[in-house]
Design a protein around this ligand. Sequence first.
Ligand code: ZN
Length: 206
Amino acid sequence: MRLTLFSLSLLVFQLMAVPTWSLEASMDIEIEDAKIRRMHDELGIPANYAEQSGLPAQAPPLSLVSVGKDMYGREQRLAPQAADAWRQMQEAAKRDGMIVLLVSAFRPPELQASLLQRKLDRGESIEQALRAVAAPGHSEHQSGHAIDVSCAGCPVLEAEFERTKTFRWLMQHAESFGFSLSYPRDNPHGIMYEPWHWYHTPQDAP
Ligand SMILES: [Zn+2]
């Protein structure tokens, strides 16, 4: 009887120490990791990619909210905090006479993989393709905290975007909304200069 009680209390202790939700969460992470590894294998992404690029693995967002349509009329989503910051920044730019347009926001790893595959299909090497598109699992777009932007009549996803009034406004003001330019010229990640790509740094709840 004493032994049974002991076993029972041990079991209760174990159940308390490892809550079911954390088991489920870690299983989800393992499934996600295996999926991303398979995508890397299929695309021929070098095994030392993470180490060489210094681009951390991005956790998928816990939730996503709509931020309306992008400049191509596609529905876009961001993590709630980034969505609020984006709306505030877009409003502030508008007050200063600038319409900032969304080109891309949240992208799941599957879309990231298909963007890379499209480049490979056009004859680029994987090394070339990775200079423009981060590997699945490592793109800031996967976090729901990154946006690609442009403006009406402005170059889209081209370095010349830096010559626009909108880019100069972003360089002056984006930081106050929590956004920063992830890939300036000669960045250590080996990603080409992307004046259109801005990352919202998540803030811990107060
Ligand atoms: Zn981007």
